[in-house]
Write a protein that binds this ligand. Structure first.
Ligand code: T4K
Length: 370
């Protein structure tokens, strides 16, 4: 352990450098860098096997994936989406020509629920975009019944949820489509990257067509096409990441369990449970700060940690309905506002060793003691 090393949220799981170099060698030997090369093809097949889903459509990042899928599958209209999410979820919808309508979330699960979605439904609603926050699945069956009853679509932002399960089935298999992020700060790391998944052949053909201008690929009628392809370099990193996924998951679980046990003894800091309805990837170590019990509010705590070289993050802050360009348009969302004021994410990932976590917990105990 380096006593003063800076500990970040987001230095998650590092793919093996030698294996990446080996995959890159093949890219340079073939002189085939993009446009559906052999590594992207292999990556899509491996993801399909790993997630038990019929179609994986690899894209250059999660935001663009969501934008392309929303533009392809919806013809504008209102989409109900939680305000408690990363801005990319909502901005991608806007780029796709949809109107986001913010709903609140459940204060316990941090995900949307029928109770929070229902008040947002109008005659213009075309879809619900659920976010499986922290990898914990949305109430999938209830949402799908509700969407069916109102003849609207349900789709999922699964950026946090690679490898997570809902009642024995992998996230990837639900809704019209699901979108994953393979950003550097995610458990499956392509540097930048993402994919769309679906079990519907027609949806897959449309999404494959829309993500590129390549003449030889599947071609069906879509409203617009764009270059959203994944490159061979991204797929090389992704393949190596995927090969070691279970090791990454186990290492994340070890860190999560360490924090859980240690924070049990720190009054006022409550770790958000993961994987209560099935496997988790244990990527997010999210803590709720109860200022009264802890003796310090979340923002003061994040600043104190930063002074001690621990870069915790306020995911997510500010809430989207209080951020430009939405600030004046939407009403109060009490659970979202409460969560944005009280949650923080602690450093996890391969750079964080047991001794580092011990140091973080000792700092937290010290601040609490005043
Ligand atoms: N939907 C949801 C629910 C999402 O959370 C996201 C992305 C998306 C959609 C969109 O997917 P992508 O288009 O990104 O594929 C980070 C990530 O950039 C973003 O991917 C992620 N969610 C979000 C939750 O976190 P920032 O703006 O907080 O990133 P940044 O650069 O401040 O990094 C966080 C920490 O990680 C820093 O303290 C430093 C550290 N870091 C970061 C990078 C990039 C490293 O140590 N090494 C690195 O290479 O958004």
């Amino acid at each position: 352990m380096i006593q003063n090393k800076t500990l970040y949220v987001g230095q998650l799981n590092t793919p093996n450098v030698d294996e990446i170099v080996e995959e890159f060698r093949g890219v340079f030997e073939r002189q085939f860098y993009t446009n559906h090369g052999p590594l992207v093809d292999r990556f899509e097949n491996e993801i399909q096997k790993s997630l038990g889903v019929k179609h994986c459509i690899a894209v250059c990042n999660g935001t663009i994936g969501l934008m392309v899928a929303a533009r392809t599958m919806l013809n504008g209209g209102e989409v109900i989406v939680p305000a408690f999410t990363f801005p990319a979820t909502v901005h991608a919808l806007e780029y796709a020509g949809c109107t986001p309508v913010f709903c609140d979330v459940d204060p316990e699960t941090h995900n949307l629920s029928i109770e929070t979605v229902e008040p947002c439904l109008t005659v213009r609603t075309v879809a619900i975009l659920g976010v499986h926050l922290w990898g914990n699945p949305c109430p999938i069956e209830a949402l799908e019944d509700f969407a069916g009853a109102h003849s609207i679509r349900v789709m999922y932002d699964a950026a946090h949820a690679f490898g997570c399960e809902h009642n024995g089935r992998k996230i990837a298999n639900f809704g019209t489509f699901e979108v994953f992020s393979f950003h550097a700060t995610k458990i499956l790391n392509c540097g930048e990257g993402g994919c769309l998944t679906t079990n519907c052949d027609e949806t897959a053909a449309a999404l494959r067509t829309a993500r590129n201008f390549h003449a030889e690929h599947t071609f069906v009628d879509v409203p617009l096409r764009i270059n959203a392809k994944m490159s061979e370099a991204q797929a090389a990193m992704g393949l190596v990441s995927l090969r070691h996924f279970e090791t990454f998951r186990n290492a994340n679980a070890h860190r999560y369990n360490f924090y859980r046990d240690a924070l049990n003894n720190v009054e006022g800091l409550d770790l958000i449970p993961l994987g209560e309805n099935g496997a988790s990837n244990y990527q997010y170590v999210v803590v709720q700060v109860d200022a009264n019990r802890f003796g310090m509010d979340r923002d003061t705590l994040v600043n104190a940690l930063a002074d001690d070289n621990v870069i915790a993050r306020r995911y997510f802050h500010p809430p989207l309905h209080r951020s430009e360009p939405y600030s004046d348009e939407f009403s109060q969302l009490p659970a979202t506002e409460m969560l944005c004021d009280t949650l923080m994410q602690l450093p996890s990932g391969d750079m964080v060793e047991t001794n580092d976590m011990q140091r973080i917990v000792e700092l937290l105990q010290k601040y609490r003691a005043g």
